[in-house]
Ligand binder design. Structure first.
Ligand SMILES: Cc1cc2nc3c(=O)[nH]c(=O)nc-3n(C[C@H](O)[C@H](O)[C@H](O)COP(=O)(O)OP(=O)(O)OC[C@H]3O[C@@H](n4cnc5c(N)ncnc54)[C@H](O)[C@@H]3O)c2cc1C
Length: 255
């Protein structure tokens, strides 16, 4: 480990590293998301005012309408329901998440927040192999030691953070509307997506399905939702399996 200004010793132990498991939690959402979407859709098709729109719009009626909208591909009303998540994971995860532009993000800043101890994500492929794991932890601790040393030398946090690797942990809040979430799940629940964002995407899907099951009933990778795969030669082939299964069950394949 790179020597810190106060070298680790009996009275001054090295800060314990903390492993961060990628997680996503639903923090907040539009009240009655399915009714909200249905109300917006009703307005498109009726001359009604707000009172008329709300009349008879119970959850059952709202869900029927949401299902119809999904089938018709009339998805703009989905944009009226928003979902806010608290996410912990690596900076590599952050880079991929923020490629999804139809969302809002607030990210813990390494300019203003100085971590007191090394916090990082350990990929399963590293964890599986003890030698890889030992190398990974060693490099993480060295990088954190260098980071602290740069700070102690007066290098600003915004520059010192450059020495930290992509596995270093970050925390963020992000808000997606339901339409953007459908796109996110289609891309990131796919087996071709990197493991960490895929894991987080499945957690997000589980969370939103608890509060809006019909709105997200068909959310997921194209193989599940549409019965085809756009990954061409990179396809994992799961869509063929799903088609065969649907055929054996006597139903029509998805899509
Ligand atoms: C398996 C996988 C591998 C990937 N590999 C790479 C890679 O190697 N390199 C790389 O750079 N990225 C890669 N990506 C990221 C990918 O290209 C997208 O940037 C990311 O998934 C966000 O998708 P999106 O643009 O649909 O989402 P959003 O940004 O949320 O956009 C949602 C939708 O809005 C519309 N939209 C948004 N902005 C615009 C705009 N400016 N103009 C027109 N329409 C717009 C589009 O219809 C878009 O689908 C990968 C993604 C996946 C899932």
């Amino acid at each position: 480990m790179t020597e810190l200004e106060c070298p680790p010793g009996p009275g001054n132990p090295a800060p314990e590293p903390v492993e961060i498991r990628p997680t996503a939690r639903l923090v907040n959402h539009t009240p009655e998301p399915e009714v909200t979407v249905a109300r917006a859709a009703r307005l498109c098709y009726s001359p009604a005012d707000l009172e008329d729109l709300n009349r008879d719009l119970d959850l059952h009626a709202a869900r029927r309408l949401v299902t119809r909208l999904r089938e018709m591909g009339h998805l703009s009303p989905f944009e009226h329901a928003s979902f806010q998540f608290y996410i912990e994971g690596s900076r590599a995860l952050l880079a991929q998440l923020t490629r999804h532009r139809i969302a809002s993000y607030s990210v813990q800043s390494l300019r203003y927040v100085t971590p007191e101890r090394p916090e990082y994500v350990v990929p399963p492929a590293v964890r599986r192999d003890p030698q890889s794991a030992a190398l990974y932890h060693k490099r993480m601790l060295e990088a954190f030691g260098a980071y602290r040393e740069l700070l102690d030398r007066g290098v600003p946090g915004e520059d010192a953070r450059m020495v930290l690797g992509q596995g270093v942990a970050t925390r963020l809040l992000c808000t997606f509307n339901a339409r953007s979430l459908h796109n996110f799940f289609a891309l990131r629940c796919c087996r071709r997506a990197q493991w960490e964002i895929r894991q987080v995407a499945y957690q997000m899907r589980r969370e939103v399905r608890k509060v809006a099951p019909v709105l997200f009933e068909t959310a997921g990778p194209a193989c599940e939702v549409e019965g085809h795969c756009g990954e061409g030669e990179f396809s994992c082939g799961r869509y063929r399996l799903l088609r065969r299964r649907a055929g054996r069950a006597g139903g029509s394949p998805p899509g």
